[in-house]
Ligand binder design. Structure first.
Ligand SMILES: Cc1cc2nc3c(=O)[nH]c(=O)nc-3n(C[C@H](O)[C@H](O)[C@H](O)COP(=O)(O)O)c2cc1C
Length: 167
């Protein structure tokens, strides 16, 4: 059995890593949750399908983001997968602002998470496990409800928004 490397053993500098990993094209989502009257949302490209049975995903969020601790508290969140026309929402939710949800059409999910009505797809999730690694928290969650509409997803590649060129 090989002993896993500890987080401090990488010799790759972070600028090089950022440049290289930006070649990994991703979809873009808004992770959202609510505590009392306060809504939280962040742009995230780190959403990954984990297992079909039980239906589950993982998402990685920087531990310094307020939403990371709020998800740990509430135990629920939504994934709003953005359509190709939603680059402005990806930018809006990646920048600090007292009302990140301004100008959006919102509904509330069955578990109480804010849902962006215009998103391409929605998942409402219940937190199963949080694992912290270096700067980030890895959230593993089971899907409680899911829906999608026709349309194409927003893509993120080398710091630019676009589409996947598929119909
Ligand atoms: C396309 C894109 C993808 C991002 N993906 C992630 C991600 O997966 N995890 C993460 O912690 N931050 C990610 N970020 C950065 C966060 O969105 C950003 O740090 C956060 O919204 C800042 O929130 P605050 O202003 O409330 O602190 C991404 C940003 C962009 C533009």
């Amino acid at each position: 059995m090989i002993t896993p490397a500890t987080p401090s053993t990488s010799t790759l500098d972070s600028d090089t890593f950022r440049d290289v990993i930006s070649n990994l094209i991703t979809a873009v989502s808004i992770i959202s949750t609510q505590r009392g009257d306060e809504r939280f949302g962040v742009t995230a490209s780190s959403v990954t399908s984990l297992s079909l049975s039980p239906a589950s995903i993982l998402v990685c969020l920087n531990q310094r983001l307020a939403i990371a601790d709020v998800i740990s508290e509430t135990g629920v969140f939504a994934v709003n997968i953005l359509g190709e026309e939603h680059g402005h929402l990806a930018t809006q939710f990646s920048q600090n602002h007292e009302d990140k949800f301004r100008g959006t059409n919102l509904t509330t999910g069955d578990l109480g998470s804010p849902i962006l009505s215009d998103a391409l797809a929605h998942l409402e999730c219940r937190l199963v496990e949080r694992k912290d690694f270096a700067t980030h928290a890895i959230f593993i969650a089971q899907i409680e409800s899911a829906s999608y509409r026709d349309g194409s997803p927003l893509a993120y590649w080398r710091s630019s928004f676009g589409n996947f060129g598929v119909e």
